[in-house]
Design a protein around this ligand. Sequence first.
Ligand code: ZN
Length: 208
Amino acid sequence: MQNFWQKNNLLKLENDTFIIDMMYATPENITCHPIYMEVGFGAKAYLHADAVAKLEKVAHILKNIRLKLRIRDAYRPPVAHNRILEVLPVKGLFASKAENSLHCYGTALDCCLADEHGNNLLFPTEIDAYEKKYAEQIASGKTDDFYLHFAKAASDFYALGYEEAIKNRSLLRQIMFDAGFEGIKSEWWHFQLPQSKELYSLIEWTNQ
Ligand SMILES: [Zn+2]
């Protein structure tokens, strides 16, 4: 019998060029909760086979320039997305329902570049820009500082003093685009398969 992963064409992200560092598997994220642990999913990194095929190309390119890809989110079970919305009921931070997040389709990932020792290259923000230090402010409704910071998440953000971060962002985007992913304007670290909504479906996770 096919298991959940086979049935949904999801493959584990395994390559010595990838650093698997799922941010919602630990409390080190804006929700302050280890969401993936709370729902019983664990620190698993899976994506649709079509995305994994493109990531193999990314790994090949990175190997030649001696860099690694730090992956901070991949397939997100809808139950985990709902748990995020439950513990952080602030509009506008996350997709308002699982159907609107391509992570729940297994076709999106959040990532950045690291050197061969695993140290992140400089980028305009951490991944995501929803850094834990803003958690308290956001929860109390004081969002001015956060939104000032969040401007740096835009994939076309530019400001003096950020030259190196922007050069690294361009390199990451070029590599991901060359491999066949598309980006989004609001988050420099997010990449997805083109036409995800048309070609793929939401994947409900079942623990089997
Ligand atoms: Zn994302």
